[in-house]
Design a protein around this ligand. Structure first.
Ligand code: NFS
Ligand code: SF4
Length: 637
C-alpha cells in the first residue's frame, strides 16, 4: 500500500501523512517535492564550493567549462567532495565513540553515579582482545584502562601504529592488505583532519589519491563504530533476543509518550532508567498506563535491542510521530534529527527537547546534558513530558493502528550463543556447515538510511524477501532494521512466510534450540548504525575459522536508501573490507568517470569489494544473488 503524497510503503506513514495534509503541516515529502528538480551539477558531484573564487561547476556535456577557476577538473572536484563526506561520516561515528569512551573512563573511576559496567563479561572480553590485563583486577580499573587505550586511537601520533580497534576487529589477512595499501588509520581524529587538509584548495588533485585518502577516513569510521558498539555493550549490556513491537502504533493514548531520537545511548539509557522510577507521577497526572518510552532512528535501535523499548519509526517518518497528537516529548541528542521538528512540535502540545550543547534546534527547549548530572537532567525531561501530557488536545489525537511484533537483539554474542545451543564446542560449525552445504547460500547485511528519492522502506522489503526466498541469511542495522521491524519482517511468521525451504529449516533449528519456540526472525536486528560492527564481528569469526579473508566469503551488503555522510563512510569501508556493496541511491559522483570506475570496478582489484549502484530493488536483489553465487564458485562450493 503506497500513498502518493508520502511515497512510503509504511502503512503508518500513509495514515499520518493524511493528518499532516489536513492540518496543513508540511512534511519531508512536501519539502522533497518543493525541491524538484534538484540541481543536476550537485547530483553529479561536479559543483565545487571549496573556496570563495567559486562556486564552480563543470559542464557535464563537455561544451562549457571543464575546469574550475583554480584549474580543478571534474575528477578532482568529485573526489574531493566524496572524501569530505567520508571524513564527516567518520567524525560523526567517532565523536559518538569518543563520548562513550570518555564516559567509561569516568565510570572506571566511579565518577558517574548514573552509569555502571552492566556487562562485566563483555568488558573482560574486550580487555583481553585489546591486551589490557584483567587477572585479579577489579572491574573499575579495567574499565578505565580499556577506555584509555581506546582513546589512544584518537591521539596516537605514530603513523606506523594502526588504531588498536581496527587491528583487533578484522582478520589478519585483511589488516595486512589494508596496511599494504596504506589505508589503515593510525589516529581517527588525525585521519579526519588530514582529509580536510588535503582536499582544501590547491592540495591533492589526483582523484585516485584523494579517494584513497577518503578510504582511510572510512576505515577510521569503522574503527569509531567498533569501539562505540563494544564499549556501549560493556556499559549498558550486550543485546540478547527480546520480543517487542514497532511502528507508530506504539504511541499510546493513555500513556505519557516520550520518544528518544538520535544516536547516543548515554542519554536514552538514563531516560529509560529514570522513567521507570516516575511511573506514579505520570499516573497521578492522568496517564493511567504510566510512561511509555518509544524510540526513533538509532537511539531507538539502541534501547530496543537492550531493553525491548518499542520502536516508533525510522528516519523518514520522524515528524509523523508528533502528528499522532499523543507524543508528549521528543528528546533528541545528535545526528539524523530533522531540523523541521521544532516547527511541527509547535503545532502540537509536544515538547521538543535538545540535550547536546553542540546540537540545538529552533523551536526546541534545550536541557543541557552532561553525564555527571544525567539523572537530574533525565528527571527534568520526564517531568516536562508529564506536564505536556496534561496539555494534549483530545480532538487532535490520532493513534495509529500500525504496529508489528518484532523479535530483535541479535548481537554477535547472541547469534553465536544461539548457535552454541546446537554445538557448544564449536558454535560456528552449524553456520559454516550450512553455508558450505548450500542450505544458506550467503549472508546479506542491510544497512543505512531512508531517502526521499525512493519509496520509504520499499527497497529493503523487496530485496530482503527475494534474498530470503533464495536462502540468504539476512542481518540488518540502522533505519534499514527499523523498516523491517515496522513491516513485521523481524518475526518467525515472516520466516515461515518468505524464507526459502533450506534457510527456513536452519532458522527453525537454531530458533528452537535457542528456546525461542520457533524459527529465528527472517531478518536479524543487530542494532544501530554503529552496530554494523557486529555484522563484521560475525563475518570475521567465520573468516578466521575457515582461514580465509572476508572478500572470499559469500557476504554482501545493501543500503537501498543510503542518505547520510555516515552511510557514505559505512558503504566505503564495507567495500574496503571486501564486500560487494549495493546502494540504491545514485551517489553524487557520476560526473567523474574516474571516480565512478574506481568505486565500482577498481576497488574490486584493490580490496575485493566494490559498489553496485542499482535503484531498482528487484534488479539489485538479482545482482546481489549473482555476487553471492560468484563467491561460492570461487570457493569451490
Ligand atoms: Ni545510520 Fe542512524 Fe538512520 Fe541513516 Fe541516520 S538514523 S546512524 S545515518 S538515517 S540509518
Ligand atoms: Fe572553484 Fe577551485 Fe575554488 Fe573549487 S577550489 S570553488 S573549483 S576555484
Amino acid at each position: 500500500s503506497s500513498c502518493t503524497s508520502c511515497n512510503s510503503c509504511d502503512p503508518a506513514a500513509a495514515e499520518l501523512c493524511t493528518a499532516a495534509a489536513e492540518a496543513d503541516i508540511p512534511t519531508v515529502w512536501d519539502r522533497y517535492a518543493a525541491q524538484q528538480p534538484q540541481c543536476g551539477f550537485g547530483s553529479l558531484g561536479v559543483c565545487c564550493r571549496i573556496c570563495w573564487k567559486g562556486p564552480c561547476r563543470i559542464d557535464p556535456f563537455g561544451k562549457g567549462p571543464q575546469r574550475g577557476i583554480c584549474g580543478a577538473d571534474r575528477d578532482t572536484i568529485v573526489a574531493r567532495n566524496l572524501s569530505r563526506m567520508m571524513a564527516a561520516g567518520a567524525a560523526g561515528h567517532s565523536e559518538h565513540g569518543r563520548h562513550i569512551a570518555l564516559a567509561m573512563q569516568r565510570v572506571g573511576h566511579n565518577e558517574l553515579p548514573a552509569y555502571q559496567i552492566r556487562d562485566e563479561a563483555k568488558l573482560t572480553a574486550v580487555a583481553k582482545r585489546l591486551g589490557v590485563p584483567t587477572e585479579g583486577r577489579a572491574i573499575g580499573p579495567i574499565a578505565y584502562d580499556v577506555a584509555t587505550l581506546t582513546l589512544e586511537d584518537y591521539r596516537n601520533q605514530d603513523h606506523h601504529h594502526a588504531c588498536n580497534w581496527i587491528t583487533s576487529s578484522l582478520p589478519k589477512k585483511r589488516i595486512d592488505k589494508l596496511r599494504a595499501l596504506d589505508v589503515l588509520p593510525h589516529n581517527i581524529d588525525a585521519t579526519v583532519a588530514q582529509i580536510m587538509a588535503r582536499t582544501s584548495v590547491g592540495c591533492d588533485a589526483d582523484p585516485t589519491n584523494v579517494v584513497l585518502g577518503g578510504i582511510k577516513g572510512a576505515l577510521a569510521d569503522f574503527t569509531g563504530m567498533c569501539l562505540a558498539t563494544e564499549l556501549s555493550d560493556a556499559m549498558f549490556g550486550t543485546p540478547q533476543p527480546v520480543v517487542t513491537t514497532a511502528n507508530l502504533g506504539v504511541i499510546r493514548k493513555d500513556s505519557v509518550n516520550i520518544a528518544v531520537n538520535g544516536h547516543n545511548p548515554l542519554l536514552s539509557e538514563v531516560i529509560c532508567d529514570v522513567a521507570r522510577t516516575m511511573q506514579d507521577k505520570a499516573k497521578a497526572a492522568g496517564a493511567k498506563d504510566g510512561i511509555n518510552i518509544v524510540g526513533i532512528c538509532c537511539s531507538g535501535n539502541e534501547v530496543m535491542l537492550r531493553h525491548g523499548v518499542p520502536l516508533a519509526t525510522n528516519y523518514l517518518s520522524q515528524e509523523l510521530a508528533i502528528l499522532t497528537g499523543a507524543l508528549d516529548a521528543m528528546v533528541v541528542d545528535v545526528q539524523c534529527i530533522m531540523p523541521s521538528l521544532g516547527e511541527v512540535a509547535e503545532c502540537f502540545h509536544t515538547r521538543l527537547v535538545t540535550t547536546m550543547d553542540e546540537n540545538k534546534m529552533p523551536g526546541a527547549t534545550h536541557v543541557s546534558f552532561h553525564e555527571e548530572h544525567a539523572e537530574e537532567t533525565a528527571r527534568t525531561i520526564v517531568e516536562m513530558a508529564i506536564d505536556a501530557f496534561t496539555l494534549r488536545d483530545p480532538k487532535r489525537i490520532r493513534i495509529s493502528s500500525a504496529v508489528s511484533k518484532a523479535v530483535v537483539g541479535f548481537s554477535a554474542e547472541a547469534v553465536i550463543g544461539a548457535l552454541a545451543k546446537i554445538d557448544p564446542d564449536d558454535p560456528l560449525k552449524p553456520l559454516v556447515d550450512n553455508i558450505v552445504n548450500g542450505n544458506i547460500r550467503g549472508i546479506a547485511l542491510f544497512a543505512g538510511c531512508n531517502n526521499t528519492q525512493s519509496m520509504q522502506d520499499g527497497g529493503f522489503q523487496t530485496i530482503a524477501k527475494k534474498l530470503a526466498k533464495n536462502n540468504v541469511l539476512l542481518l540488518a542495522t540502522g533505519c534499514g532494521a527499523g523498516a523491517f521491524a515496522k513491516l513485521g519482517l523481524m518475526t518467525p511468521e515472516a520466516t515461515n512466510a518468505y524464507a526459502g525451504d533450506t534457510l527456513k529449516a536452519v532458522l527453525t533449528a537454531v530458533g528452537e534450540a535457542a528456546g525461542l519456540g520457533g524459527p529465528l526472525p527472517m531478518v536479524l536486528h543487530m542494532g544501530s548504525c554503529v552496530d554494523n560492527s557486529r555484522a563484521v564481528a560475525v563475518a570475521t569469526a567465520i573468516a578466521d575459522r575457515l582461514g580465509v579473508d572476508l572478500h572470499e566469503l559469500p557476504l554482501v551488503a545493501s543500503a537501498p536508501e543510503a542518505m547520510s555522510e555516515k552511510a557514505v563512510a559505512i558503504g566505503t569501508w564495507s567495500v574496503c573490507l571486501g564486500l560487494p556493496t549495493h546502494i540504491g541511491t545514485v551517489p553524487q559522483v557520476t560526473g567523474s568517470a574516474v571516480v565512478t570506475d574506481l568505486l565500482t570496478r577498481g576497488a574490486g582489484d584493490l580490496f575485493g569489494g566494490y559498489f553496485i549502484v542499482e535503484p531498482n530493488p528487484d534488479a539489485a536483489a538479482d545482482t546481489l544473488l549473482g555476487a553471492i553465487e560468484e563467491r561460492r564458485r570461487a570457493l569451490g562450493l
